[in-house]
Structures are given as structure tokens and as C-alpha cells.
Design a protein around this ligand. Structure first.
Ligand code: ADP
Ligand code: MG
Length: 286
């Protein structure tokens, strides 16, 4: 027997740009009780801009931006794009002798004879580089040149216009808990959580930590746990959640493939819309 109602529900969701990959996910959406959003590209625009460069140990702003842009030449991370844009010059690929992206940390590269690190506190800790602990409103990318701390680049992102509506609608639907999980620092995460009125946030997480947070939320949830992400580094989290939702337009191919639900236009408010449609969908079996 074919539950005809599901075709109705899935079709209706699809017409609104919400692709549900099976009737079981429509059922799960109906029972959603906790929603966890990724930050970058999901609640925020994911369009970063360099807003400040702070220099240390005699390095110049130009050196920092140039080496950072070259080191980030092959990264798809929004931070990398912002740094390349701030540099503004054509990048000579031949100069990049070695390149390694370390998920949740940053990048390490060799530019001609120069060893360059660009990333967060965790990256510097890993390579045992002493640096300032700066408390700034924004995402920080530290830059290390030949083992010396050269300074940091402040990169700012903005909350999506649609994000406040998404949170409000989820609350209106009776979702118990709306939280954010992010690899970014506590200051940035706390400020966004406050502005959006979230029930909580988990910051400074590695992709595997995000999986662990989802598992804990699943233990405490009365119903289903939904994770919404843009999928950059987040494919394991999308796979682990009861319902993994990917933002389609910005998201990676891996994310779209792994996700149970894909939101085509990157509006987080499509999630409450999808839950509403799921709740209205009746099982009509013939
Ligand atoms: P989120 O999407 O929650 O911000 P990510 O796992 O994509 O989480 O990134 C976590 C953190 O790792 C970023 O906030 C940044 O500090 C650092 N990072 C990751 N990739 C890069 C990169 N290419 N360049 C600099 N920093 C990076
Ligand atoms: Mg991300």
C-alpha cells in the first residue's frame, strides 16, 4: 500500500523549495522537539568581510594579508574567501609549494620558502605558537609567518535577515529547544545567540564535537533532533541527526547528498514551514 498523503506532503514541501527525501523524514519532522543550527552559512550569511588587521612583531598589514591570502588560496571556507578578497590581487599558484587544510582549525601552507599558518587559537596551540588572547567582536584568523606570530585578521559576518523569523516560528510551533552549534569562538556565538533569542549555544566545536553534541541532545529529547547546516565540514553531523537538513544553495555537494532534507533557497525559516507541512500531512493509505 502506498501512503498517498505523503506524496501530497512531499510535493507541497518541494513546491516551497523544501526537498524531503522520504516519507520517514516527514514523520520525523512532525515530531521535532530540538533544533540545532550551525552558525556560518546557516544562521549567518556566510559572507565574511575583513574589518581589521592587527600586526605584531614587526610584520606589516600587507605582508599578513598577502601571506594569508596565498595560504588560503585553495580553501572554500568563507573566512578564506574574505581574506582573498581583502588581498584583491591575482594569486600565483606556483608560489604555493605545500598546502593543508585542518578542519575546525585553519590552514597550513608553504609559500615559496615561507611557512604560513592561518587559523584560530586551536591551530596555534597545535603548532605551539604563543599569541595574544584577543577578545574582539568577530571571527579571528591568526597569522603565523615562519613560526613567528605576525598578528590577526578580524572577519565579520552578519545574521541572515530571515533567521529571527525562523527562531520565532519554531518557538510558535512548540519546539522545546532551539540551539546553535559552531566552531567559532564563544564571544561571537554568544552575541548571535543573544540577538536571536536562542535557548543555548555550543561554541569552539570541532566537526566531531558537533556529532557528540547532537548525540547528547538526542538523549535528552522527547522527540526528534533536527540539525540544520550548510555542510562545510558538517556531513557527519547531517548524517547523525534524526533529521539532517542542508542549505542547498551554499552547501557542498557532499552535504546535499548526505542530508535528509534540503532547503533550496538557504532560508532557515523554511524549516518551521516544513514542520508545519509535515504536521498537516495525513497518512492516507489505500
Ligand atoms: P562553523 O561553520 O561553525 O564556523 P567550521 O568548522 O567551518 O565551523 O570552522 C570552525 C572554525 O575553524 C572557524 O570559525 C575558524 O576559526 C577555523 N577555520 C576553519 N577553516 C578555516 C580556514 N580555512 N581559515 C581560517 N580559519 C579556519
Ligand atoms: Mg560551517
Amino acid at each position: 500500500s502506498i501512503p498517498l498523503g505523503y506524496f501530497g506532503g512531499i510535493g507541497r514541501a518541494a513546491r516551497e523549495g523544501i526537498l524531503v527525501k522520504g516519507s520517514n523524514y516527514l514523520d520525523a519532522l512532525k515530531e521535532a522537539s530540538i533544533v540545532a543550527f550551525d552558525k556560518t552559512g546557516t544562521l549567518t550569511k556566510g559572507v565574511f568581510k575583513v574589518t581589521r588587521v592587527e600586526t605584531r612583531n614587526g610584520f606589516s598589514e600587507e605582508e599578513i594579508i598577502r601571506f594569508a591570502a596565498l595560504a588560503e588560496a585553495h580553501s572554500n571556507h568563507p573566512i578564506a574567501k574574505a581574506i582573498r578578497e581583502a588581498y584583491g590581487e591575482e594569486i600565483n599558484e606556483a608560489e604555493i609549494v605545500e598546502y593543508e587544510e585542518i578542519a575546525g582549525h585553519g590552514v597550513r601552507a608553504r609559500i615559496d620558502g615561507t611557512e604560513v599558518l592561518v587559523g584560530n587559537d586551536r591551530l596555534l596551540h597545535r603548532f605551539k605558537v604563543e599569541h595574544d588572547t584577543c577578545r574582539v567582536k568577530g571571527t579571528v584568523a591568526h597569522v603565523v609567518i615562519n613560526g613567528k606570530y605576525a598578528g590577526y585578521i578580524i572577519i565579520s559576518d552578519e545574521i541572515k535577515d530571515d533567521a529571527p523569523l525562523a527562531v520565532k516560528e519554531l518557538k510558535r510551533l512548540g519546539i522545546k529547544k532551539v540551539v546553535m552549534v559552531t566552531g567559532d569562538n564563544k564571544d561571537v556565538a554568544g552575541e548571535i545567540a543573544r540577538q536571536l533569542g536562542l535557548d543555548g549555544f555550543y561554541a569552539e566545536l570541532l566537526p566531531e564535537d558537533k556529532v557528540r553534541v547532537i548525540e547528547e541532545l538526542e538523549k535528552e529529547a522527547q522527540g526528534k533532533v533536527v540539525f540544520v547546516g550548510d555542510g562545510i565540514n558538517d556531513a557527519p553531523v547531517l548524517a547523525r541527526a534524526d533529521v539532517g537538513v542542508a542549505m542547498g544553495a551554499l552547501g557542498s555537494d557532499a552535504a546535499i547528498e548526505t542530508a535528509d532534507v534540503v532547503i533550496m533557497d538557504d532560508k532557515p525559516s523554511k524549516l518551521p514551514r516544513g514542520i508545519r507541512i509535515a504536521r498537516k500531512t495525513q497518512r492516507i493509505v489505500w
